[in-house]
Design a protein around this ligand. Structure first.
Ligand SMILES: [Zn+2]
Ligand SMILES: [Zn+2]
Length: 348
């Protein structure tokens, strides 16, 4: 049987189509999932436009933030039953043998193939998964929310696993995209004292959402100098922590300006542009620069716990729910900044 899928066909800008593809078959150690909801990521938009520089397979079924129901279980799989509601991590396959896999840091496995990038993704009806990356969805969390576990985990990994935050600290978040909005919520849960979110003209709606979700100050950097505001807060020496969620390399320059001596910068956003400025402030201010990539098993369980207890608010984040056929509207609304997140669902 064939199934409908949103496929990136070539490197050409916009070359994404709804196509019929073959249903996947599972091996004895795998699980087949019926996808119930999949959220659109900024990287899906980039792949649609092909602004991105990272490697992908072609043709490629897009989508890596998803959840569903177990449809079939391989004969050697125990621990999951048909019909269970599960959220699925993004590491479709890893080698299982390298030092990162063996130490539980499989997000950094050099052989990792991520869904919707190097392995076929979830903007379709069925996906093959290994049971090691499945997480039961708490009964009170709807599929549309569980699909957003992944970006919550990205922020959680960066701001809990990789970065220390003390209650009361001044935290600046650059970029109010989906990851920035999740980082804001995780930083608040970590006890950040004052939260400042920086954006641009294109972020009008996203900045309103940031404010609704607890940002104490929002600054449009095209019209206002954030340094002035930061120097007016607390002791005036700058931010304890700057979190880069922009994907623009030059944001690091601003981070270095806003961070206080002995402060930290955590970089989640990434982009291929080279830097054209001096990193001397990093040295002169004795700043700690931390990168963060993806996430691992325990983070997923904790993120689902936060969703289940209502400590992460996705209400204003999800701008619309669309069928696969309406993918173009779902993508466009995010590209325009009208939706922080769009979610795709399969019609029953
Ligand atoms: Zn994503
Ligand atoms: Zn490995």
């Amino acid at each position: 049987m064939a199934m409908k899928a949103i496929v990136k066909c070539s490197r050409t800008d916009g070359d994404v189509k709804v196509l019929d593809v073959a249903e996947p078959a599972i091996g004895p150690d795998q699980v087949l999932l019926d996808v119930k909801a999949a959220s659109v990521c900024g990287s899906d938009i980039h792949m649609w436009r092909d602004h991105q520089s990272w490697a992908i397979k072609l043709p490629l079924i897009l989508g890596h933030e998803f959840c569903g129901v177990v449809a079939q279980v391989g004969e050697r799989v125990s621990g999951f039953r048909v019909g269970e509601r599960v959220a699925c991590e993004t590491a479709a396959s890893v080698c299982g043998e390298c030092v990162y896999c063996l130490s539980g840091n499989y997000n950094l496995c050099p052989h990792r193939l991520g869904y919707g990038a190097l392995a076929n993704g979830a903007f379709t009806r069925q996906v093959v998964a290994r049971p090691q990356i499945l997480h039961r969805i708490p009964a009170n969390v709807p599929f549309e929310h569980a699909a957003l576990t992944e970006p919550i985990c990205v922020a959680y990994n960066a701001l809990v696993e990789k970065t220390a935050i003390k209650p009361g600290e001044l935290v600046v978040i650059q970029g109010p995209g989906p990851i920035g909005i999740m980082a804001l919520q995780i930083a608040r849960l970590r006890g950040a004292g004052t939260l400042v979110v920086l954006g641009t003209d294109a972020d009008k709606h996203r900045m309103e959402v940031a404010e609704e979700l607890g940002a104490h100050h929002i600054v449009n950097i095209q019209h206002e100098d954030p340094l002035k505001l930061i120097q007016s807060l607390g002791d005036g020496y700058g931010a304890d922590l700057v979190v880069d969620c922009t994907g623009v390399s030059r944001a690091l320059r601003q981070s270095l300006e806003l961070v206080r001596p002995n402060g930290r910068i955590t970089k989640i956003g990434w982009g291929p542009q080279p830097l054209d400025f001096s990193l001397d402030p990093l040295v002169a201010k004795a700043v700690t620069l931390q990168g963060s990539f993806s996430h691992t098993f325990p983070t997923w369980e904790r993120a689902l716990g936060l969703l289940s207890t209502g400590q992460i608010n996705l209400g204003p984040v999800i701008g619309g729910v669309y069928t696969l056929d309406d993918w173009r509207e779902a993508f466009s609304r995010m590209e325009e900044g009208a939706n922080v997140k769009s979610v795709l669902v399969n019609q029953e």
